[in-house]
Design a protein around this ligand. Structure first.
Ligand SMILES: [Fe+2]
Ligand SMILES: [Fe+2]
Length: 158
């Protein structure tokens, strides 16, 4: 039997929590086991970049066509923060490729930025998508939501 459709907020909040947990585990391994930290970082980077692509290429364009854009264009800020997240990932990776522990300040700043960013998405963007009244767009959101990477399903094209 097919699993019931989940809302964008529910599905994406789940992935935020999962990724935040991986970042916490990375913070700990970075101090104790650089080989394991490296391997986990590669997983985090791949999953986080996929998560961001899914938002920027599928979800945000639907949001940007709707009424939510009247309130300060939240997806513009979300896209800027995605670039900042990627900058932190670059800083951390630069240390790891030298076989050094990543700077704790970068890890904590990334965790903090990710948390604040997620709260904004969960309060300003996803509820708007979940409440779309246009039936076609609503269907598009749910189709997109079902292909969202959340650790359980990872279609190669996303
Ligand atoms: Fe995001
Ligand atoms: Fe997100």
């Amino acid at each position: 039997m097919k699993a019931p459709l989940r809302s964008v907020t529910e599905r994406h909040s789940h992935d935020h929590i999962r990724l935040s947990g991986l970042l916490l585990r990375f913070e700990s391994l970075n101090e104790t086991d650089l080989v394991a930290a490296n391997s986990l970082f590669n997983e985090i980077r791949s999953d986080l970049e996929r998560h961001i692509r899914w938002e920027e290429e599928i979800l945000f364009p639907i949001f940007e066509k709707g009424p939510g854009m009247r309130d300060g264009e939240p997806t513009v800020v979300m896209r800027q923060e995605h670039r900042q997240i990627k900058d932190f990932l670059d800083h951390i990776q630069a240390a790891l490729v030298q076989q050094w522990p990543a700077p704790i300040a970068d890890i904590l700043a990334l965790q903090d930025l990710f948390l604040q960013h997620n709260q904004k998405e969960e309060h300003l963007v996803f509820p708007v998508l979940d409440s779309l009244s246009d039936q076609t767009e609503h269907a598009n959101v749910f189709v997109a939501t079902e292909s969202c990477p959340d650790g359980a399903s990872r279609p190669a094209h996303v």
